[in-house]
Design a protein around this ligand. Structure first.
Ligand SMILES: Nc1ncnc2c1ncn2[C@@H]1O[C@H](COP(=O)(O)OP(=O)(O)OP(=O)(O)O)[C@@H](O)[C@H]1O
Ligand SMILES: [Mg+2]
Length: 383
């Protein structure tokens, strides 16, 4: 007798531990009886399906199933009750479930059957596969891109070689030919050939896997160089191009040349966006252990319907654009772990790109004493 009551106590304890475990797991537990009525709906199931247990318990399971799934499920239960040898029971099955708000999500469900006092209970353990599916899709996409990238890199290489030869001969001819009309034509040919060469170089850059040449450097100094380059690019236009960096140097670690390419591409986009007149501002500020660089312009902004496309290769709205600028920027930023880039644009008001990088200690040997203690840079001018 004593033993039995101890046994019962133990059983009750085990049960409550088990119940707590089932309540705190990430998998949805849904138990139904032979009539398809819901008896148990744990907290994860509430989260997954968006129903409270009060809304579901005692109701037909159909409430949380898509119509197709509901039919399949009902048939599986009936099959089991008839044959006692169900097909899907005990196996995990992938299907699409629907939430209360009508949205659907991919999930895997494994089924189990329990019998008690002559009654049969079916439990489905539901796992949300949204994240897993997204990862699988990402991997498949990366694999597809890697294959495509290799092909593009090889083709670019093959086209670039004859282009270099053509460009060289055209330039030679333009020096020896005297007819000015012919010289003009040859110069146009030379500049077009250079455009194709540049495009092929960018393609190679975009698709070939690279290793970054990382080092620690002063980002404020690099932004000054970008500013100087941008002044060249905006020459002849009425663009106010300003640079504001905080006081003193700000060291970061990364591939200096590649990051310069990122900032220059973004500033160039700003200059091209404001077209003939407007403002492009490069700013850097230290925020805790990170540095925030913003490149903003008061150009026309990006229309909402184009916003999702601007990072795709070859998307361009410019007559002479390749549509590779932002795509290359994103790739370089992604290759720098801990570095992020965010573009915000409002149609009619302008665009701002924010880049965040972790700050580093200055390198141990950074040359002459006093180097790196530049005053803050703050320049702006109309050109
Ligand atoms: N600052 C900006 N303001 C408005 N539109 C922008 C801005 N930056 C990018 N865009 C839009 O995004 C498109 C893609 O930009 P991206 O830099 O990738 O290519 P591109 O500038 O067209 O060509 P490339 O950079 O190769 O010369 C642009 O054509 C433009 O429509
Ligand atoms: Mg661009």
């Amino acid at each position: 007798m004593g033993n039995t009551s101890r046994g019962r106590k133990l059983e009750a304890e085990e049960l409550s531990v088990l119940l707590l475990a089932v309540e705190s797991t990430n998998e949805g537990f849904v138990t139904i009886d032979k009539d398809h009525k819901v008896l148990f709906f744990n907290r994860a199931a509430e989260r997954l399906f968006g129903y409270s247990r009060e809304e579901v318990i005692g109701k037909d399971l159909d409430i949380v199933l898509t119509p197709r799934c509901s039919g399949d499920h009902r048939r599986a239960v009936e099959r089991y009750l008839k044959a006692r040898r169900p097909k899907p029971i005990g196996h995990a099955k992938e299907l699409t479930a629907s939430r209360k708000d009508g949205t659907t999500f991919p999930c895997s469900i494994s089924f189990s059957v329990a019998r008690r006092k002559g009654k049969v209970f079916f439990t489905g353990i539901v796992r949300d596969l949204t994240h897993t599916k997204a990862l699988q899709e990402q991997i498949a996409r990366a694999e597809r891109l890697a294959t495509l990238g290799q092909t593009v890199a090889e083709i670019s290489h093959e086209i670039r070689n004859p282009m270099v030869v053509i460009g060289g001969f055209v330039r030679q001819l333009s020096k020896i030919i005297e007819d000015p009309k012919a010289v003009t034509k040859l110069e146009i040919m030379a500049s077009e050939v250079r455009r194709v060469e540049d495009l092929l170089l960018e393609l190679r850059d975009l698709y070939l896997p690279r290793t970054l040449k990382k080092r620690t450097f002063d980002l404020a100094k690099l932004l000054e160089e970008v500013h100087a380059l941008a002044r060249q690019a905006g020459r002849g236009k009425n663009i106010r191009l300003s640079l504001e960096t905080g006081s003193g140097p700000a060291f970061v670690r990364g591939d200096r040349e590649k990051l310069k390419q990122v900032f220059f591409n973004l500033v160039k986009n700003g200059i091209e966006a404001v077209s003939e007149e407007g403002e492009v501002a490069i700013r850097s500020t230290v925020r805790g252990d990170r540095i925030l660089v913003t490149i903003g312009d008061d150009g026309p902004g990006i229309p909402e319907e184009q916003a999702s496309k601007v990072f795709s290769p070859f998307f361009t709205t410019k007559k002479e654009g390749t549509g590779l600028g932002l795509c290359i920027c994103k790739r370089i930023v992604d290759e720098h772990k801990d570095c992020s880039m965010e573009l915000t644009s409002e149609s009619g008001r302008g665009t701002i790109v924010e880049i965040r990088l972790p700050l580093r200690k200055p390198p141990a040997h950074r040359g002459r004493p006093g180097e790196g203690t530049r005053p803050s840079a703050r320049t702006g001018e109309k050109r």
